[in-house]
Each structure stands twice: as structure tokens, then as C-alpha cells.
Design a protein around this ligand. Structure first.
Ligand code: FAS
Ligand code: PHB
Length: 389
């Protein structure tokens, strides 16, 4: 098989890039290791930056997002039993959309089907070859046979545990990583959200987050140990712990119910540089990871895809490779700002057990400063709604 852009990974990054390129006459093939049901079975991100939402609209897959997504003008930070609202719209003029990554991925798959896009599921042992030449190819195993895809470019959209990053020689790859001493335990329930907007909680027992997927489906998280497992958390234990961390007005009104899905996610910051090696480009979690505190995981993948889409368009339409040549530095400039914000939000809101008294006083002072400073709130808000692409 031959195509123009071979994409490893059929998650939101790979599908969004494939959709944008196909809409603009550029051929792609997406190789996905798992089945579509498996990919759609993962509950992940929930908040979309306004820039990401515009990119979804440009890809022509925004009908359901615009119809069912919840536009949020702000969110609360609860601390010492009080709720402080961050007025995103008033501070920046922009909003965010609450629309689950699962739903977006569903919309992207349906759009790929409608356009006859090639997404190969069950592609095993995907391997990039000759990425240091201008005639790279991908091989994969499926149905007991080895298949080959010749292409002009390969884009690694295969997430943190994918293969594409390993195709960059170790002596060329610079990795930056911070592993946090805690994780997030998440629970999805068919219960009405406790509040119209999200509530981020800083509590001495640990961080908590009240989010949602719709007016009838809620997504809650509590900070847990870095090595905890799902089976250690019964529904009752989760609800009791969550309620113990909420401010009184939320604790007394929350509707609990059986879990539809439970996850445990470690908190990690990670960046791999460069995001290009020859004909291979990395995008999304294949190149960077953030703690979900700032809702920047999926949104950072969005700006990578925006830059790479524009650069590939210029290559094929104008024979102009400046976008490709500057992709890595351009993407990393925005990625590192998302890394900074996610690290800052994580330090602001979590309980760090091994911290000394000075660090704890800095945290409470950071919160006091945030709640008393318009400038500090503008800074938080402009990062949360999304810095410009
Ligand atoms: P993804 O990991 O989503 O997709 C990569 C795809 O590549 C997968 O479908 C995988 O099966 C496939 N793949 C991997 N290796 C392959 C191979 N060798 N061959 C072929 N295919 C291969 N972000 C938020 O903003 N908020 C959140 O609350 C949040 N929660 C998260 C919870 C968890 C458990 C995880 C892991 C991430 C979470 N994230 C969250 C971040 C997440 O939303 C990512 O940023 C987003 O999925 C990035 O999308 P992709 O880059 O497409 O990577
Ligand atoms: C979610 O709804 O899953 C979500 C929302 C905001 C975050 C992280 C996760 O910061």
C-alpha cells in the first residue's frame, strides 16, 4: 500500500490529523493496535480549550460537540471550605467546552468512515522504517501476514507507550520527566453533577475534582496514592472520601450512585525533544504528558496537530517545508507552557505528604494571592482556556 502520510495510533491525535489532511486532499493511513471498541472504551479527557474546539469545527466533526457539549464560563476552586470562582469569560473573553474525549473520538471515527478514511484496527507490531530518508515506510502484522505502507511522512500519534518515539536515536532524544507522589482515582456515574461548573478542591486529605460529561453524567476524581489499584476502591469508599473533601454546600447536595467506570492514573510530566527526526514527526501523548490537573493532555495534542496539519498542507500545496522544519520548536514552545501550567495547578491543589512546613505555607499563600489578585486570576484563566496556537 502507498499513502502520503502514515499515522501510527487511532486515538484523538491520529484521527484528527487524518481527518484534517483528508479534507484537504492529502492521503493518510492510520494504523491502530487495538479494536475500535477498545479505543472508545477509554474514559479520559473532559475539557476542550476554545482553540481545540475551533480545530474540531475545521475538521467538520463538531456537530455533536456544539449540540451536546457544555459551554463553561468559569469554574470554582474550593479551599478551607470556601468556593472561589474563576470567571474565565470575564477574565479572558473565552470559554471552554465540557465534552468527553470518548465522544469526540466517536465523532472522529464516524467522520473517517463517512469519508472512506483508512483506519486499520488490530495492526500489530507496527514499526517505522527508514525515517532518516525521504522514502520511509511502516510495516505491521495483521491476520497472520506482514503488511507494508510506503509513505512520504510518518506521524507518531501512538501515545506515551507507543513505538514511534523509540525510532529517534537515543543520542538525539532529550527527555524531561517529573513523576508526582500521587495519582488520581476517577469514577464515572449516571448522576447529576453536584454543580453547574467544575469544582477543583484543595483539601488536607487530598485533591478532589467534580466534573461532568452531561447534565446527567458526572465525572469525579480524588487524589490517591501513586501506586493504588482500582480494586482497592469500592464505590462506597470513593463516595465517602470524595464527600469528606468537598465544601459543605456540595457535600450536602451531591447525588451518589453506582460507578459506570473507574480508573487510576499516575501523575507525570514528560516531554521528549525534538518532536521530529527526519521524516518522522511526533504528536500528542507520544511526545508529552501532563498531570490532568490543568486539563491540558488532549488540548496539547490539539496544537501539535494544528501545526503539523498546516505544515503538511504547505509542503504538498506550496512545496514549502518551513512549517515542517520549524514544527518541533513551534510545538514545543506551546507544549512547555502547558507543562508549566499543569505543574503549577498540580502543586497548587494537591496535598504533598513529604512537603515541609515552608512549602505548605507557600501553597496556602499562592492560593491567598490567587483569590485576592485580578492579575493572578487572569494568568490562570488565559492558560486554562488555552494560550493562542
Ligand atoms: P492516546 O494515548 O489517546 O492514543 C494513542 C493511540 O495509539 C491509542 O489508541 C493506542 O491504542 C495506539 N497505539 C499505541 N501504541 C501503538 C502501536 N505500537 N501501534 C499502533 N497503535 C498504537 N487528559 C485530559 O486533558 N484530562 C484528563 O482527565 C485525562 N485523563 C487521562 C487518563 C488516562 C488514564 C490517560 C492515559 C490519559 C488521560 N488524559 C487526560 C490525557 C489524554 O486525554 C491524552 O492527552 C490524549 O488521549 C492524547 O491523545 P493521543 O495523543 O491520541 O494519545
Ligand atoms: C474531566 O472531566 O475528566 C477533567 C476535567 C478537568 C480536568 C481533568 C479532568 O482538569
Amino acid at each position: 500500500m502507498r499513502t502520503q502520510v502514515g499515522i501510527i495510533g487511532g486515538g484523538p491525535s491520529g484521527l484528527l490529523l487524518s481527518q484534517l489532511l483528508h479534507l484537504n486532499g492529502i492521503e493518510t493511513v492510520v494504523l491502530e493496535r487495538h479494536s475500535r471498541d477498545y479505543v472508545l472504551g477509554r474514559v479520559r479527557a473532559g475539557v476542550l480549550e476554545h482553540g481545540f474546539a475551533d480545530l474540531v469545527r475545521e475538521a467538520g466533526v463538531a456537530d455533536r460537540m456544539d449540540a451536546e457539549g457544555l459551554v463553561h464560563d468559569g469554574f470554582d476552586i474550593a479551599y478551607n471550605g470556601e468556593r472561589h470562582r474563576i470567571d474565565l469569560k470575564g477574565l479572558t473573553g473565552n470559554t471552554v467546552i465540557v465534552y468527553g474525549q470518548t465522544e469526540l473520538t466517536k465523532d472522529l471515527y464516524e467522520a473517517r468512515d463517512r469519508m472512506g478514511g483508512i483506519v486499520v484496527h488490530g495492526a500489530e507490531d507496527v514499526a517505522p522504517h527508514d525515517v532518516e530518508t525521504d522514502t520511509p515506510c511502516l510495516t505491521y502484522r495483521r491476520g497472520g501476514e506482514v503488511h507494508r505502507v510506503d509513505c512520504d511522512f510518518i506521524v507518531g500519534c501512538d501515545g506515551f507507550h507507543g513505538v514511534s518515539r523509540q525510532a529517534i536515536p537515543a543520542d538525539r532524544l532529550r527527555e524531561y520527566e517529573k513523576v508526582y507522589p500521587m495519582g488520581w482515582f476517577g469514577l464515572l456515574s449516571e448522576t447529576p453533577p453536584v454543580s453547574e461548573e467544575l469544582i477543583y478542591v484543595n483539601h488536607e486529605r487530598g485533591f478532589a475534582l467534580c466534573s461532568m460529561r452531561s447534565h446527567t453524567r458526572s465525572r469525579y476524581y480524588v487524589q490517591c496514592g501513586a501506586d493504588e489499584r482500582i480494586e482497592q476502591w469500592s464505590d462506597d469508599r470513593f463516595w465517602t472520601e470524595l464527600v469528606s473533601r468537598l465544601p459543605e454546600d456540595a457535600a450536602s447536595t451531591i447525588v451518589t450512585g453506582p460507578s459506570l467506570e473507574k480508573t487510576v492514573a499516575p501523575l507525570r510530566s514528560y516531554v521528549a525533544e525534538p518532536m521530529r527526526h527526519g521524516s518522522l514527526f511526533l504528536a500528542g501523548d507520544a511526545a508529552h504528558i501532563v498531570p490532568p490537573t490543568g486539563a491540558k493532555g488532549l488540548n496539547s495534542a490539539g496544537s501539535d496537530i494544528f501545526y503539523l496539519f498546516q505544515a503538511l498542507l504547505d509542503h504538498y500545496r506550496k512545496d514549502d517545508d518551513s512549517g515542517l522544519d520549524h514544527y518541533s520548536e513551534r510545538a514545543l514552545a506551546r507544549i512547555w507552557k502547558a507543562e508549566r501550567f499543569s505543574w503549577w495547578m498540580t502543586r497548587l491543589l494537591h496535598h504533598f505528604p513529604a512537603e515541609d512546613d515552608f512549602d505548605r505555607r507557600i501553597q496556602t499563600t499562592e492560593l491567598d494571592y490567587l483569590f485576592s489578585s485580578h492579575a493572578a486570576q487572569v494568568s490562570l484563566a488565559e492558560n486554562y482556556v488555552g494560550l493562542p496556537y
